[in-house]
Write a protein that binds this ligand. Structure first.
Ligand code: CTP
Length: 401
């Protein structure tokens, strides 16, 4: 399925380098071409002969061939490839990638590559959790690189925890997903509205009422919809996230009222809407025009209810339009989610319970249950928000069949 695709496989020096033999074999079996670049240390973990045999190409290590002076052009390799995979990516290599320390061919190729880059980290538990590693990984994400999360389990050191490089099958699955070859239902020609992030309700010029929503779930949904060909309007409350896909039109709003206005306007033109925003339920009745002074020991702020945006769209829903909501619950989760589904005239609701570890506002993972109008429940395992977005969109696609 990855037939004809060209990959650079950059191997750095970690014990998981042995998995690159299986990875290369899988890619070649899929009909892909693989050019292996190894760091000097990687050669201690897996032999160049093994990798050259499996990839059917001489591997590259040095900037030039010391025997005849032949130059290994990192620029040419970077332009040749459809994607670069750095696996295993050690803490050292990720640090160099994040900071442009170009002291080997793998890094110079990475810096020259114009193709998408996939990074499969591997390291020991404590190294993986170190703030410097976390920061480097965030930096790589901010460059648009795709991090393939390591798995938890027994590590080479004997410690138990997260740090084991993703399995070759998982890396191939991530590549297929990226190249749209994962047989997920496509949504070309569909227009979808997504609300995301928190809202900020003004108290005075320097203060607001907000919540902990990061917007990650909504942005992951918008990106996955766009990847599958849908035209997406993303109405976003204040977040630090960016959504770069050309199929995403982003409308920034601050308050629940602004979000309502933008969503109502857009809803008429879409086939469906996914309301993932954490909209404030109350807003100050009369925000102060000047900064409020500390005058007494107590302060009451008079709040009024905001309009329920999902419910407002629910009353306007036309035949053929699909409306999806979220429910974040701390208790009686299924019953409460069901009530919301009916009250807001939703087609299905995505329940996440704060009782589940790894689910909720700021985490990169989520654990959901999808409930439909017939009260049918589909429970999903704890997954990355990207994968959760896939599950939600698979469900949405059923309604468009
Ligand atoms: N929602 C909305 N507008 C609001 C409040 C909620 O569009 N003013 C949407 C959310 O985007 C979500 C769904 O309604 O899709 C449920 O949100 P949630 O906060 O869980 O529920 P509420 O209806 O606000 O109920 P409560 O806070 O009482 O649990």
């Amino acid at each position: 399925m990855l037939k004809g695709k060209k990959f650079i496989l950059g191997i750095s020096g970690g014990i998981a380098a042995y998995k690159c033999a299986a990875l290369t074999r899988l890619l070649v079996k899929e009909g892909a071409e693989v050019q292996v670049i190894m760091t000097k240390l990687a050669k201690e973990f897996i032999t160049p002969l093994t990798m050259a045999t499996l990839s059917k190409r001489p591997i590259l290590v040095d900037f030039f061939n010391p025997e005849n002076g032949d130059w290994n052009s990192h620029v040419d390799s970077g332009l040749w490839a459809d994607a670069m995979i750095v696996a295993p990516a050690t803490a050292n290599t990720m640090g160099k990638m994040a900071n442009g320390v170009a002291d080997n061919l793998l890094i110079t190729t990475y810096l020259s590559a114009r193709c998408p880059v996939f990074v499969a980290p591997t390291m020991d538990l404590d190294m993986y959790q170190h703030p410097s590693t976390r920061r480097n990984m965030d930096t790589l994400r901010s460059y648009g690189n795709h991090l393939i999360e390591p798995n938890a389990g027994e590590l080479a050191s004997g410690l138990i925890g997260k740090g084991r490089m993703a399995e070759p099958e998982e890396i191939v699955a991530a590549l297929k997903h990226f190249f749209n070859q994962d047989n997920r239902p496509q949504l070309k020609g569909r227009k979808i509205l997504v609300s995301a992030g928190p809202t900020h309700e003004k108290i005075d010029p320097v203060r607001f009422i907000g919540n902990y929503s990061s917007g990650k779930m909504g942005y992951a949904i918008a990106e996955e919809l766009a990847r599958r060909g849908a035209e997406v309007t993303l109405v976003s409350g204040p977040t630090t996230l960016s959504a770069d896909h050309p199929n995403i039109k982003r409308i920034d709003v601050t308050s629940a009222k602004e979000m309502l206005n933008a969503c109502e306007k857009e809803f008429e033109q879409v086939d469906g809407a996914i309301m993932s925003a954490a909209v404030a339920d109350y807003t100050p009745v009369s925000p102060a025009n000047e900064k409020m002074k500390r005058t007494s020991n107590e302060l009451s702020i008079h709040l009024e209810a905001t309009v329920d945006i999902a419910a407002a769209l629910g009353t306007k829903k036309m035949a053929g339009q699909v409306l999806v909501g979220f429910a974040l619950e701390t208790h009686d989760a299924v019953q409460n989610a069901n009530k919301k589904l009916i009250k807001k005239n939703l087609d299905f609701i995505v329940l996440n319970s704060l009782a589940d570890e790894g689910a909720g506002f700021n985490s990169d993972t989520n654990k959901i249950t999808i409930i439909d109008k017939d009260n049918k429940l589909k429970e999903f395992a704890l997954k990355s928000k990207k994968e959760v977005a896939c599950d939600i969109i698979d469900e949405l696609a059923i309604y468009f069949k």
